[in-house]
Design a protein around this ligand. Structure first.
Ligand SMILES: N[C@@H](CCC(=O)N[C@@H](CS)C(=O)NCC(=O)O)C(=O)O
Length: 204
């Protein structure tokens, strides 16, 4: 398999999952600074010009964080990356969707790429401020639902690397504080060998 990524992007979450699973894979860096995501070669892999993209051994490609992580979990059932209990399963999915679809896509994306939300450079600071507000409000909600649990669904699941990549952005890229339970989750994730290896292999 081959994981297409950019260092410190949301692909980091999929990278962590692949390290947790231990399946062999290659990393292929897409150079955002040079706009490689828009080039013909990468658009043949992912016409959406985004990472992560996972090329499987038969050559077919999966895109979208949730789809890739569900595929990884379902094809490696012994790793128990999705709770077997129905209630925990759907609550975990709700959290995963909220982190990727709201905290990342509506929140942090505004902070990192304000130009995708307005054609007017004079509005960038306002767009970023709105994004930060959305991200912080989202993390506060996750903090409440996390409570004293170690992980989002009690045991480690596909939702945890997703929460990790947005909290990594908060801590490392933006240097903003995390709510207490989310901070504990971040620290717990940083203790995992798979997380440390993924960060190291991305040069972070
Ligand atoms: N919904 C997509 C979001 C992917 C996404 O936003 N990826 C960002 C990196 S975190 C990207 O490729 N950005 C490139 C760009 O915006 O040009 C998913 O879940 O995979």
């Amino acid at each position: 398999m081959k994981l297409f990524y950019s260092p410190g992007s949301c692909a980091l979450g999929v990278h962590i999952l692949m390290e947790e699973i231990g399946a062999p894979f290659d990393l292929q860096r897409i150079n955002f600074a040079e706009g490689e995501q828009f080039g013909e070669a990468y658009r043949a892999i992912n016409p959406k010009s985004r990472v992560p993209a996972l090329q499987r051994d038969d050559g077919s490609v999966l895109t979208e964080f949730q789809a890739i992580s569900i595929w990884l979990a379902l094809t490696n059932p012994e790793k128990r990356l999705i709770p077997s209990d129905v209630e925990r399963h759907v609550r975990m999915m709700g959290a995963l969707e909220y982190v990727v679809g709201t905290i990342h896509a509506s929140g942090f994306r505004r902070v990192f790429r304000p130009m995708r939300f307005t054609p007017n450079a004079a509005d960038y600071e306002a767009v970023k401020a709105e994004g930060l507000m959305i991200a912080k409000a989202g993390l506060a909600l996750i903090d409440k639902s996390l409570g004293s649990k170690d992980f989002i669904a009690d045991d480690f699941s596909i939702a945890d690397p997703a929460l990790f990549y947005v909290t990594w952005w908060a801590v490392v890229r933006l240097k903003i504080g995390l709510p207490a339970n989310v901070q504990r989750h971040y620290d717990r994730m940083m203790d995992r060998p798979a997380v440390r290896k993924a960060l190291k292999d991305e040069g972070l």
